[in-house]
Write a protein that binds this ligand. Structure first.
Ligand code: ZN
Length: 618
């Protein structure tokens, strides 16, 4: 992995932006603040953690990734931004041998293993660990379970772990890299985990990657995780997977819960196919791990409002993985697509209000078994969820149910299943099934969530019914476009007017800008930061199919259309996220503000769209 990719993977845009913008506040699943680049009174600057991107919906009307943010904020070039971020991420800019980072990873696992042993040893210590052992006993955790999960206790000390591990021969900077020590601004370090119950988080092979830690007093946060390190990434780990993998394979079912305690208690009671996502939402990478073991997944999440949202988000993320090309906004539709293509099943375990899996299992293991048995498939769950918010004696609510559920039914490929749910809907709303069936046949596209407020309707192809895949570490479409431009100088006139915003990754964007300012490859190289030379080499040596002049133009035009369309859809999707976040969690004034933003954005989008439509098509 190159330093650019490595840095990108190890920094979190939210953390970086909040270093510069202290007013950054959570808004639903995203973050917002007054724009740091233009004066304003109502925040229109947003950071999207899932995309690792930012966007100013106000006067700037632009956005990008973490590199472009730092470049703009620090007024530096790409190379300098990379240096700043690489330093924050602990990435060395001198190129590494691949086996060197491999060795480093092994070393970090070894250090975490040693820390786990130390914490576990302290928990078992007659006096030091007594309070924590009492807490665990009171939560009904057996000694055997403590042993199996190697639970631990981090002492209320700023240097106990550092001293212990340095005595064992580990260096201070290695302990920082392992996430166990925190560097002070004025120099020196201190133990990250103090007076906490420690849960070692292992990979599927059983190596300790990091820790989850629960406060034993009133300290906040109540739960603290290891930071992102070379080996640990919260979104790529599943708690308990090392102990659950064979049960998951054997039972051909994985049950995903939220908390460490839920996993531990489940295993103690013999439910060994249970794992936890580290946070409320299930991520793409976590689902990727499970997918290798089974295609059947049950999501068991808290019944309170947050749990319900998390379930929906979990479903949404699951759909990212299972259908790489399409990320539907109506999340259940994504799961149905997955069920279609892999002949798999996803069920949603709805837990009684106010109860965690932990409580249910302890009170009645049979109840847990029953809930799992009765967990409805995702389509039925979606029916219930939507219908529970409606009064089906009212005409308006009936049509709302049809508007929301019919598109989901349209996604179901299996004719018998589709007929089954069509019948179910017809009965629910007491509408003739034939009428619904003809409405269904008219539906060609998946549903969009209906929203209130005055949102300007856009042309069909401009709708965000599908999104581009999650921002991955590379962007093949942009790179194909760039290599066409680099290979074929005569294409220049077709792309000089292009907006650099079409290239979401800063490394591609920088190459594009250098290309625009240069006349040939050599002058382009001179205008480019040294850190990007490798990237340019890769683009200029990319093997392209032999194309005559006409085909080259055609290929580029296709590329540009797709880039532009992707950009529009992405922008529109971001706006829809904002609206849905604000609708669910924000105040009325916030909703009003965001709707004003949305109207502005829609005008902007419409202009671009009409412009594009006006251009002669090939
Ligand atoms: Zn701005």
């Amino acid at each position: 992995m190159g330093v650019i990719d490595e840095t990108k993977q190890r920094v979190d845009i939210v953390e970086i932006v909040s270093d510069y913008v202290p007013g950054l506040k959570k808004a639903g699943r995203n973050f917002k603040a007054l724009c740091p680049f233009h004066p304003e009174r109502v925040p229109s600057f947003y950071v999207f953690p899932e995309r690792q991107s930012w966007h100013c919906f106000g006067a700037c009307g632009t956005g990008g990734d973490v590199f472009s943010f730092v470049m703009r904020k620090e007024a530096v070039d790409f190379g300098e931004a990379l240096r700043i971020l690489a330093q924050k991420a602990g990435v060395s800019l001198t190129p590494k041998q691949p086996d060197e980072s491999q060795r480093e990873a092994e070393r970090l696992k070894e250090i975490n293993e040693a820390a786990a042993e130390y914490y576990h040893h302290l928990l078992l210590h007659p006096s030091a660990g007594e309070g924590t052992r009492n807490y665990l006993a009171q939560r009904g955790i057996s000694d055997k379970t403590i042993e199996e999960f190697q639970l631990g206790f981090s002492p209320d000390s700023w240097e106990a772990l550092r001293e212990q591990l340095m005595k064992k021969g580990y260096q201070e900077d290695e302990l920082v890299a392992a996430g166990l020590l925190v560097e002070k601004e004025q120099g020196g370090t201190y133990d990250r985990f103090r007076n906490r119950l420690m849960f070692p988080i292992r990979d599927i092979a059983g190596m300790v990657l990091g820790f989850g830690a629960r406060a034993l007093d009133d300290s906040l946060p109540k739960y603290l995780n290891s930071p992102q390190t070379l080996i640990f990434d919260k979104s790529g780990a599943l708690y308990g997977i090392d102990r659950a993998k064979s049960a998951i394979r054997k039972q051909n079912l994985a049950v995903v819960v939220e908390g460490y305690m839920d996993v531990i208690v489940a295993h103690q009671y013999g439910f060994n196919n249970v794992v936890a996502s580290l946070g409320t939402a299930l991520t793409e990478r976590q689902v990727g791990i499970i997918k290798r073991l089974t295609k059947s997944l049950a999501l068991a999440l808290d019944a309170d409002a947050a749990g319900e949202m998390a379930t929906l988000r979990g479903i949404e993320v699951a759909s990212h993985t299972f259908d790489q090309k399409v990320v539907p906004l109506l999340t259940s539709a994504g799961l149905v697509k997955y069920e279609n293509s892999l002949d798999a099943e996803i069920r949603v375990m709805v837990l009684p209000p106010g109860k965690d899996p932990d409580d249910i299992i302890k009170e009645s293991p049979e109840e847990w078994g029953r809930l799992l048995e009765e967990a409805p498939p995702v389509v039925d769950y979606t029916f219930d969820l939507i219908v529970s918010k409606l009064d089906l004696t009212k005409l308006k609510d009936k049509s709302s149910a049809v508007d929301q559920l019919l598109p989901l039914i349209a996604e179901i490929k299996h004719p018998v299943r589709q007929a089954h749910y069509l019948q179910k809907l017809a009965r629910l709303v007491a509408i003739d099934e034939q009428n619904l069936a003809s409405a269904l046949s008219r539906l060609k596209r998946p549903a969009k969530l209906k929203r209130e407020g005055e949102i300007v309707q856009l042309e069909e192809s401009c709708r965000p019914s599908t999104l581009i895949p999650l921002l991955s570490s590379s962007d093949p479409l942009a790179q194909y476009c760039l290599s066409l431009l680099v290979h074929y100088p005569q294409l220049r006139s077709h792309a000089t007017e292009l907006s650099a915003d079409l290239f979401p990754h800063s490394e591609d964007r920088q190459i594009f800008l250098a290309w625009r300012n240069a006349t040939d490859l050599d002058s382009m190289r001179q205008g480019l930061d040294a850190t990007l030379e490798e990237h340019l080499d890769a683009l200029s040596t990319k093997a392209l199919p032999p194309l005559n002049e006409e085909e080259q133009e055609h290929a580029l035009r296709e590329c540009l259309y797709r880039l532009q369309e992707r950009w529009l859809k992405d922008l529109k999707a971001k706006e829809e996220w904002l609206i849905s976040d604000v609708q669910s969690e924000g105040s009325a004034t916030e909703l009003e503000e965001i709707q004003q933003l949305a109207v502005r954005l829609n005008t902007q989008l419409r202009e671009v769209f009409l412009q594009r439509k006006g251009k002669p098509k090939r």
